[in-house]
Design a protein around this ligand. Structure first.
Ligand SMILES: Cc1cc2nc3c(=O)[nH]c(=O)nc-3n(C[C@H](O)[C@H](O)[C@H](O)COP(=O)(O)OP(=O)(O)OC[C@H]3O[C@@H](n4cnc5c(N)ncnc54)[C@H](O)[C@@H]3O)c2cc1C
Length: 421
């Protein structure tokens, strides 16, 4: 056993990725962590979040799964948003069977609290917006915050989300652009919607021409006052010029109502009960893929949305971010145990995670091609929707929803050493 060097790690961002990384790294005795979060206190702007077997696996490893409760996603209805016609029903998603806890939709704040409860006290500094970082020629990386304080770390983990300053500094030629998609999200008391037929009885997707609406439980049956999620998406939205970050900002009821005015009466009724000021708007940005998610002589690692702005594709980005953090911790632990450097650890992290993300992008490319073809070949809108639903629901996505991150690590060790560890 080689003596272990103490490493100072700065994690930028306290979303699922940053918190998951902090938990995983806090289990390593040779790591000293500080997590810097720009918000003045814990904040989570989204509504619900889907969690499948891949999420349960990493949450178990982080010791954070018990507190995460949510509504079951079985019995999902797929509908035409204009007519309300049911085009398909998925009794139980295939991925739900990979774990007895099934596939659920939970309040985002529940996931956040569960993760926060596992982060050692004193790790997180709030109100610390990173505004500058610099690769020091001697040791580490210098960090400068908005409040004019500074820090130096041996390793920086960029977990600062889609508009990541860490990525922008590391890769100044990498630019994001608006995808044309905007999501408006809210959770409301389920009781307020109960009088509208077919809205709260199951999870449902109502597909339109240039957008869709999603309804889902976010609480389990034991919750006394359960909440319910409504998400409205527009696919061909004009860019909001002059505002580069439209993420979790309030949107008016009129703005959201205008996106559903041609839809089925039940959707309009559901949207109309939302109190003014409750909707939050999320404009989706995307950028070219990254071949490497590490840099600056391997002193910086990008994780989660900061490494791969997937814009919510697969509905599993929080899990990807937590998996990244867990693998990073394994790579550091393994490298240190062999007397290797942070550089080596980050190569291992990159070699495991970059090909995984590449596979996701390949899947998205194939999906786009299939959609393009079925748009041309379908005889009518319902026919196209059926094809779309088939590709979205049944395409082979086991590599995502059934991903067992512990097995991924064990397989890596076997390939590196020829034996399990
Ligand atoms: C509409 C939509 C639906 C989605 N649905 C799902 C779903 O069902 N399931 C799922 O798993 N994923 C879903 N996702 C994706 C998921 O939200 C993200 O992939 C996930 O939040 C990424 O986690 P993260 O920690 O990388 O980044 P984030 O959650 O974005 O966290 C980044 C953190 O960094 C902080 N930060 C930013 N800049 C700075 C700075 N300069 N200094 C300090 N702190 C900073 C932010 O305040 C924030 O706390 C969805 C996304 C969208 C848009």
């Amino acid at each position: 056993m080689v003596g272990r060097t103490l490493i100072d790690v700065a994690i930028i961002g306290g979303g699922p990725g940053g918190l998951g990384t902090a938990i995983a790294l806090s289990q390593l005795p040779f790591v000293r962590i500080t997590l810097y979060e720009k918000n003045p206190e814990p904040r989570e702007a989204g509504a619900g979040i889907s969690l499948s077997a891949n999420a349960w696996k990493v949450l178990d490893l982080l010791g954070a799964s018990e507190e995460v409760k949510g509504g079951s996603k079985s019995n999902t209805h797929q509908r035409n948003a204009f007519t309300g016609d049911v085009l398909g029903v998925v009794k139980s998603p295939e991925n739900a069977q990979a774990d007895s806890r099934g596939a659920i939709r939970a309040r985002r704040t529940r996931l956040q609290s569960a993760l926060l409860s596992r982060v050692p006290e004193g790790t997180i500094q709030y109100g610390k917006k990173l505004i500058h970082l610099e690769n020091l020629p001697t040791r580490g990386v210098r960090l400068v915050f908005h409040d004019q304080t500074e820090a130096v770390a041996d390793l920086v983990v960029g977990a600062d989300g889609i508009q990541s300053i860490v990525r922008r500094t590391l890769l100044p030629d990498h630019h994001l652009s608006f995808t044309g998609t905007i999501a408006w999200r809210v959770i409301v008391a389920k009781a307020c919607l109960a009088h509208i037929p077919d809205i709260t009885t199951s999870t449902s997707w109502w597909w339109g021409e240039s957008g869709h609406v999603y309804f889902s439980d976010v609480d389990d049956e034991d919750e006394k006052n359960p909440y319910f999620e409504i998400t409205v998406r527009g696919y061909r939205e004009p860019e909001i010029l002059g505002r580069t970050v439209v993420w979790g900002v309030p949107a008016t009821n009129d703005r959201v109502a205008s996106r559903v005015e041609k839809y089925d009466r039940r959707i309009k009724d559901a949207v109309s009960i939302v109190p003014e000021g409750a909707w939050r708007e999320f404009a989706m940005f995307a950028g070219p893929r990254l071949d490497r998610i590490i840099g600056w002589d391997n002193k910086v690692a990008l994780i989660g949305d900061s490494s791969h702005p997937l814009s919510g594709a697969f509905g599993s980005g929080a899990t990807f971010a937590m998996e990244d953090g867990w693998i990073l911790a394994r790579a550091l632990d393994y490298s240190q145990s062999l007397g290797l450097s942070i550089r080596d650890a980050l190569e291992i992290f990159n070699n495991i995670r970059s090909p995984y993300y590449a596979r996701m992008y390949e899947h998205l490319d194939e999906l786009e091609e299939k959609m393009r073809k079925s748009r041309q070949e379908s005889k009518d809108f319902d026919d196209f929707l059926r094809a779309k639903i088939k590709y979205l629901i049944y395409g082979d996505k086991d590599f995502i929803y059934k991903n067992d991150i512990q097995k991924v690590w064990e397989d890596y060790i076997v390939s590196a050493e020829g034996q399990p560890r």
